[in-house]
Write a protein that binds this ligand. Structure first.
Ligand code: WT7
Length: 657
């Protein structure tokens, strides 16, 4: 990490905004001035300009009971109406909302009128199934138009969705269904991944099976299944329904009811520092305001002309805010792609950019680095001249990847916005504004208008330019999480207790302020890893490892990785009783597969080292810092606080042999 920081600090390339871009940019420097003069008024203006309110709000922010914020609380709106009907009513029903591309190459173009019609029918189906305000619906779908329609239909009836990434295992799905107490699961038979159908329905069946006895009480009444993969599925009569049977048969009339602005919109689970994922709760009016605003000014969306593409899956917050809610609230046209970047060939993404004339591309550094590895000739064999703006999200982007992105993908011409935010923040918080900010490769730079952040020391004191510390958010913001589902104490402890006396939100990221006061993100400061822009908890993987009969103890660290940013590296102590009865050969492979089955393929450790001992302090705490040194092939740091100072040399001897 330290060499990486030194490297970042020597980065002095600067890219001034081009006059041509600035001439048509949605954002301008005046936004900062307006927000600085009156932050609440600024957000109220955005909420009124960007959204339709069935009942206008008079109260902007209620912060009388921190950290429980309420934004626009006496206003009423319907989120789906804002993303759909009003565009149709404004005469834009024929505008394409989704340019969908399936992995096998099939395509569908869905207009705003068509998507509105579909969402109305699905809303009627939901009502018919008894799903209404406040009910929870789990969504476990591939990247198909029905996924967007499902989210919006749930929002339309005032229910709460919990989208679970299709790459998560049956166990992970079950834990999320149970925690939220979902009444309905919306899934598909399967979706296309890497050239073949990857089944989804069996994981739902497994998640809902064998629940009599120890597990929590069954809350799921129905499973609504989209046919996509065409694979055979098991069917539970009375519980399972085909989407194609019930949705087209439902009425196309559905009037959107207005709900109070603080109506919960969704729960999205993310990894924390303990084994149990946190259900991050977002609500309606404030979330949609900041989603729409940031998509508009950071992605510079001109809905009449742009073809926008955010490559994130809807299973992550980026897919929620910058596939479903932000762009649709703005009436934009976007590409939705089902598959993997390299199927059936390594130029698939660039082929899509060329085919649809994508103008704004928003993706993750890990993807950029894997394209760098393949080489520039692949993207250079496609016409990428439609691109005019590039965005990055999910992890720090190293200056090399930033430069490659600009030069090779952006023809050395497009601005790049490096956007820092989190599942918890709901929307972009720190980013350059294209056409306004002079950019610096590797730095997320400045809070967006209306957002206040700082870098502070352990005591909460501003560190001053040129220094590093902890990133905090110092003022409440519209799209902030409203809590952790079912666990208000954990919400307060995780984010607010650390700087309770100052009322700062603790983000969990290290950061540095440069001489201009710009923010450079330095990675997590807690036991959370970032693998390919996805958040994973060391504790969660450790508990999966020790759940295997062979494992006595496990320690997991995030080691830096050229492509994925960080990679999961596990150190495992095996049970003697297991070794007495089983061969040790192949166990590392078995355990890697095990973790993948328990949590999902994204959590599969890159390396598993079988060791005899783990480095612990005298109080028994595992010193992950030392394991990280080993995993990254560095000289091991200070071991004086270890209970047994010999442990590290034993581990290292084991690994190098
Ligand atoms: C964590 C949040 C934001 C949506 C995708 C990830 C890291 C995110 C950046 C960036 C440096 C970044 C942080 C943050 N992160 N964007 N532009 N530069 N780091 O959402 O899974 O909630 O993870 O991702 O460490 O805390 P998430």
């Amino acid at each position: 990490m330290s060499s990486q920081i030194d490297h970042l600090l020597n980065e002095d390339r600067r890219f001034a905004p081009s006059a041509a871009f600035a001439a048509t940019a949605v954002g301008d420097a005046d936004l900062y001035a307006r927000a600085d003069s009156d932050r609440e008024r600024f957000w109220a203006d955005q909420a009124r300009e960007l959204l339709h309110w069935h009942t206008p709000f008079t109260s902007v922010l209620d912060w009388t009971n921190p950290p429980f914020a309420e934004w626009f609380a006496d206003g009423e709106l319907n989120v789906a109406y804002n993303c759909l009907d009003r565009h149709v009513e404004a005469g834009n029903g024929d505008r394409i909302a989704l340019l969908w591309e399936g992995e096998p190459g099939d395509e569908r173009r869905v207009t705003y009128a068509e998507l509105t019609d579909e969402v109305k029918r699905v809303a009627n189906v939901l009502t018919g199934l008894g799903v209404g305000q406040g009910d929870r619906v789990a969504i476990y779908l591939p990247m198909i138009p029905e996924a967007i329609a499902a989210m919006l239909a749930v929002a339309r009836v005032g229910a709460i969705h919990s989208v679970v990434f299709g790459g998560f295992s049956a166990d992970s799905l079950r834990a999320r269904i149970d925690d939220a107490g979902a009444k309905l699961v919306i899934t598909a038979d399967g979706g296309y991944r890497k050239g073949k159908v990857s089944a989804l329905k069996p994981a739902v069946d497994a998640a809902l099976a064998d629940r009599n006895g120890s597990g929590p009480q069954e809350t799921v009444e129905h499973v609504l299944v989209v046919r996509r993969g065409g694979n055979d599925v098991e069917w539970t009569e009375g519980r399972d329904l085909w989407w194609h049977d019930v949705v087209p048969a439902a009425a196309a009339e559905h009037e959107a009811q207005a709900f109070p602005a603080e109506t919960p919109l969704f729960i999205l689970y993310t990894s924390g520092t303990t084994g149990k994922p946190k259900g991050i709760l977002h609500t309606s009016g404030g979330y949609l305001t900041q989603a729409g605003f940031t998509n508009k000014v950071v992605h510079d969306i001109h809905p009449e002309t742009d073809v926008y593409w955010c490559t994130a899956d809807i299973g992550w917050i980026t897919g929620h805010t910058y596939v479903t809610y932000g762009p649709l609230a703005n009436g934009a046209t976007q590409v939705l792609y089902e598959g993997t970047p390299d199927t059936p060939h390594p130029g698939r993404w660039w082929e899509i950019v060329e085919k649809y004339g994508v103008t704004v591309l928003y993706t993750a550094p890990t993807a950029i680095r894997s394209f760098m590895k393949i080489g520039r000739t692949v993207p250079q064999s496609f016409d990428l001249s439609s691109l005019r703006l590039l965005g990055s999200v999910g992890e720090p982007i190293n200056p090399e990847a930033w430069m490659w992105y600009r030069e090779i993908i952006g023809s050395d011409r497009t601005p790049i916005v490096d956007t820092w935010w989190q599942t918890e923040t709901g929307a972009i918080m720190i980013s350059a504004l294209p056409g306004v900010t002079e950019t610096k490769p590797g730095s997320a730079q400045v809070p967006i208008p209306g957002i206040a952040v700082d870098v502070v020391d352990e005591a909460g004191e501003h560190v001053g330019n040129g220094n590093g510390g902890l990133l905090v958010i110092t003022e409440p913001w519209p799209s902030m999480l409203r809590g952790i589902w079912g666990d208000p104490d954990r919400f307060v402890e995780t984010y607010w207790d650390k700087f309770a006396d100052r009322g700062f939100y603790f983000a969990g990221d290290g950061a540095r302020l440069d001489e201009d006061g710009d923010v450079w993100l330095l990675g997590r400061v807690d036991d959370v890893m970032n693998v390919s822009g996805h958040r994973l908890s060391t504790a969660e993987i450790e508990s999966a490892l020790v759940a295997h009969e062979a494992t006595a103890e496990a320690a997991v660290v995030g080691a830096s990785d050229e492509t994925t940013g960080q990679a999961v590296v596990a150190f495992v102590i095996l049970k003697q009783s297991f070794l007495d009865a089983h061969p040790a050969e192949g166990l590392a492979t078995t355990l890697r597969r095990w973790v993948s089955e328990q949590i999902g393929p994204i959590a599969r450790p890159r390396d598993i080292y079988i060791v005899g001992e783990l480095p612990k302090t005298r109080s028994g705490k595992i010193m992950r810092r030392l394991l990280r040194d080993v995993a990254e092939g560095r000289e091991v740091g200070d071991t004086t606080t270890l209970a047994d100072t010999m442990v590290m040399s034993t581990i290292q001897a084991k690994i190098t042999t």
